[in-house]
Design a protein around this ligand. Structure first.
Ligand code: ATP
Length: 369
């Protein structure tokens, strides 16, 4: 399933050169984004980057200042929200507190003038779908947070929209429930064959659920790709640090040949890294490497390349892995995480020890700066 790599596929949702201004403030800047049918797409970014505004324009609650939005080839300009084949699920769920679960789900269908027997069938289908068949008569306050979230979901898909927009859908749930619900949402999206567009500031959530992620900053998309692409091959320091943990080493290219760059940091650390970037000797770059790509060792590696020595400053045991914070000679802290399953327990590395942090030439990425 990679419709974005198929030139014959027409985008299902197309934002074309969208700009949105609120007075003088530009919330979305000349943004183009194509999303494909049955895709689970995530807009990821920090507070105020414009992700909700993008969702609201697609739903029809806001109009773009410039540019066009096409849905299944149809220009949405002037089409009121209730006539768009999209539905939005809000973070606050907005359930009617005085209505039963059944009535909450039936509300929109009734408004559309659907026949009573058909509504009953649809509501019962929806309750089964979100595994709440026993809870139809309850009021929202008689449900747990996770159950309320599922009612909101059932309500937002009851009308069978072609696109479901989810604005921070799991924000109100605790960590464990959130993780479970992420997988439920993915299953549901697959079963129903819908296109999902989710807004989140939680990178783990985006990575778990989405087929593709657009990372946003200041009203623009700074990188778009699959979770693997955005995590393994970030194109900027911003994306590298927004998605997951990262160690950054700044330095200068001293040589490049056959796709391997040699980089020297100000402290004299010699980095050798594979790279697809067209680099030049003398160029200032950053080398970015994830904590799990670093190893810790008491022995200085041969040749001294791709290694830095430091003092074990902190050790965090997380059950599945252990995170070492190592303070280098220049005062910078480097994070190395090791899976406990592959770590030896004999003679473990402890606090204040002088150790080496090392990595392979294919461990990180070189970012032009
Ligand atoms: P958050 O995660 O905090 O909701 P966001 O990325 O969803 O952030 P948006 O809600 O899209 O952010 O808002 C983008 C920017 O536009 C913000 O700086 C916000 O203050 C501004 N903005 C949004 N709506 C309006 C409005 N109606 N009038 C003026 N400014 C607005």
């Amino acid at each position: 399933f990679e419709p974005w790599n198929d030139p014959d596929q027409r985008p299902y949702i197309a934002f074309e050169n969208i700009t949105k201004k609120f007075g003088d403030f530009v919330a979305v800047k000349d943004l183009t984004l194509h999303i494909y049918q049955k895709e689970f797409f995530a807009l990821l970014g920090g507070s105020g980057c414009g992700k909700s505004t993008l969702l609201r324009m697609l739903a029809g609650f806001e109009n773009p200042t410039d540019g066009q939005i096409l849905l299944d080839g149809e220009n949405m300009a002037g089409v009121p929200p209730y006539k768009r084949p999209v539905n939005m699920m809000f973070q606050s769920y907005a359930l009617f507190p005085h209505m039963s679960v059944e009535k909450n789900i039936a509300f929109g269908l009734k408004q559309d003038g659907m026949a009573k027997s058909e509504i009953e069938d649809r509501v019962s289908d929806m309750l089964k779908l979100v595994k709440l068949d026993q809870f139809g008569k309850r009021k929202p306050h008689q449900l747990s947070g996770g159950q309320r979230q599922r009612v909101a979901l059932a309500r937002s898909i009851a009308k069978r929209p072609k696109v479901l927009l989810l604005d921070e859908p799991l924000g109100a749930l605790d960590k464990k429930l959130r993780e479970e619900t992420q997988f439920e949402l993915m299953d549901l999206q697959q079963d129903l064959g819908l296109t999902f567009l989710v807004v989140t500031h939680d990178q783990e959530e985006a990575m778990t659920m989405a087929d593709r992620i657009a990372v946003m900053d200041l009203g623009r998309i700074v990188q778009i790709g699959t979770p693997v692409e955005t995590y393994e091959a970030p194109k900027s320091e911003f994306v590298a640090s927004f998605i997951g943990d990262i160690n950054l080493f700044r330095g200068e290219v001293t040589g490049i040949s056959d796709g391997v760059a040699d980089i020297e940091t100000a402290d004299g650390m010699h980095i050798r890294s594979e790279t697809a970037q067209p680099l030049q000797a003398g160029q200032k770059v950053s080398f970015a490497i994830r904590p799990e790509k670093l190893r810790v060792s008491r022995i200085k590696p041969e040749g001294g390349i791709n290694a830095a020595s430091g003092e074990v400053w902190d050790i965090g045991y997380l059950g599945d892995m252990t995170v070492f914070h190592v303070k280098l000679g220049n005062g910078e802290i480097v994070k190395a995480s090791l899976l406990n399953a592959v770590r030896t327990v004999e003679d473990p590395i402890g606090y204040d020890e002088e150790i080496w942090v090392c990595f392979n030439t294919d461990g990180g990425v070189v970012l032009g700066s």
